[in-house]
Write a protein that binds this ligand. Sequence first.
Ligand code: 3HC
Ligand code: NAI
Length: 697
Amino acid sequence: MSDVVTLERHGAIAVVRVNNPPVNALGIAVREGLQNSFNAAEADPAVKAIVLVCEGSTFMAGADIKEFGKPPKSPGLPEVVNGIEAGTKPSVAVIHGTALGGGLEVAVSCHYRIALKSAKVGLPEVKLGLLPGAGGTQRLPRLVGVAKALDMIVSGDPISASEALELGVVDALIEGDLTAAGIAYAEQLLAEGKGARRTGERTDKLDGVDNAAAVAAKRAEVSKKTPGLFSPQRCVSAVEAAFTLPLAEGLKRERELFGECLVSPQRAALVHAFFSERQASKIDDLPKDTPVREINRAGVIGGGTMGVGIAICFANAGIPVKILEISSEARDKALERARDTYGMSVKRGSLTEDALEKRMALISGITDYADLNDVDVVVEAVFEDMGVKQKVFEALDANCKPGAILASNTSSLDLNAIAAFTKRPEDVVGLHFFSPANVMRLLEVVRGAKTSFEVLATAMAIGKKLKKVSVPVGVCDGFVGNRMVFQYGRESEFLLEEGGTPDQIDGVLRKFGLAMGPFAMRDLSGLDIGLAIRTRQRQTLPAEFKLPTILDKMAEAGMLGQKTGKGFYLYEKGSRAPLTNPELPAILEAASKQQGIERRQLTDEYIIERTIYALINEGAKILEEGIAQRSSDIDVIYLNGYGFPAHQGGPMFYADSIGLDRVYARICEFHQQHGAWWKPAPLLEKLAKEGRKFADL
Ligand code: 3HC
Ligand code: NAI
């Protein structure tokens, strides 16, 4: 057969076994192996039934994503699955781990399916800008009905084995050895005289239901929720073909729509996002054999917004955590805040009361540093003030056991200076969480000049344990994410002085795909935060770096965002819905007048260039300084921490897709028109002139 697919005989049962680590992706060798094995079993008169089983941690997790964009190799997956389904001997797929995408398509082309209770099945192709392209859109509706198939295919979310059993995607749940269970199930089928049962021939779940209404409803939902996405509408059209066309034509329609998605720029961007996330955890200069320290107990200093969120992350991962506060009142308040946060999850139905109590039992409050003598890691999240941080780190140094990791959640202070407050700077690292820390996936792992490899490796492992997307970054003001977002925030305020409005600019950037526009974001975090940075910059930056004055004017008028009910938008009491702030136009006009600017109408394209190109230029500087390891790491930070749209791939991928020569030329124009901030990054200039991309580095 092949190295990755083998065929064994157990009496009358043929066992086809796939072994293609790490996730049994359906690359060409697996496709060939499957086709040959099923054909051989079909041709062997001694074989009466066929069992398909996978080695390793999972059933097939889908097509091999690395093959997308390359010339297709035969046999394609549709040909393989159609062949399996056409077989005359009953076939049984034995599912463990995750049967995803092409993996589930193979499973539903087998005549029966059994699964471990822990297994999950799904068609996540839409998350990669695709649709199921090997019969999934035609066979799944035949198993679960059109409405449920639409939900699964358009969301891309997997379902549990128990739900799959209820819906009829799998026929039985099993325990123990996969091969033995598969053989036993096949023997039982034979004993009961059951033969081939082809999903594609079924119509019972399609008949007598208003499928057209389900399609219309999903289409409307997709138009409203994801108007800018290419593949979801095509997912709906493909499923529609399952009940409007005979199987063979439905499969053909699915293939056409799959082909459209495959060549779309959104597919390339989403696949880039997928691989970049996995790549980000790899640190180029970290020796492979670096030991990782055990983390069984944690501490958090400061039980404010961030500290409580961070403590919740540890508790959610089953790690006991102590929150240290300045007083017993503050300590109790922190614990109350943690309970309230969990309480909201209980209210939403995403957590049970019992789980709340179990997690709260892992969180304790303390006021004495001596109680931190047994923790393996401590994360400081006190006020953003070097004097306060100094006292905290000196106390940690004096009280924590040797080998404990001393981490800071600082968002802008110099981590090397913080490390120097201790006698063990090699144990100091930055763990920069994003707010709300228990929700946001991103974690910037800040490498200080003296952070040891062991501590760095352990910090990355902690991120994984806390289910974060961890990206290593170097020390600089704002690290990667905030350093870049500052450029973007400033430019959006300059655009207000030039003639834009918050509604317009936020609207354009939302249409581009951002989860939130810059002004809604400012209102959410509070204008005082941005203002504090501005004030600091006015004191330190050379005069040629001009700064917008809108924030100062708004602060003078008492408009600090949601917390004052008024900011770039107006908020009614108890509501977060942004309404037009009637006092703002006068402030904008005054600001424009003060700068001698005649307000004008800005185009969408101009707004995107001024804001997103500001990110790109700073990203290039960050890359050149070695603050980020690779351009795709910057993309991961933006996709997971700043609501940048995954279908645009991240700012650096977006730049590559436009062409760096074009981006560079425009940045040069902005440099001429708007001065020092826009000085082109030397790396960008070099790559643009050489006709290269960030991804080539
Ligand atoms: N193709 C190629 N490589 C894949 C892959 C795939 N489908 N899925 C995962 N990998 C690789 C990862 O890149 C990673 O490689 P690395 O170790 O070199 O970085 C390795 O497998 C392990 O992956 P994870 O780190 O993600 O491991 P986890 O255990 O956390 O997660 C998983 C496993 C749930 C399977 C997750 O990897 C996943 O969701 N994979 C993608 C599944 C998917 O989208 N399938 C649909 C593909 S499209 C398709 O099938 C089209 C068809 O309809 C025609
Ligand atoms: P916060 O003001 O909500 O909380 C700070 C807490 O620290 C308060 O509860 C205070 O009582 C406590 N504290 C102050 N001094 C202390 C000391 N010496 N010992 C023990 N506890 C002490 O502040 P927030 O927003 O939680 O920020 C904390 C840190 O996290 C800062 O360094 C900030 O820059 C950083 N950060 C903040 C983010 C945000 O969005 N709020 C995002 C990422 C990082």
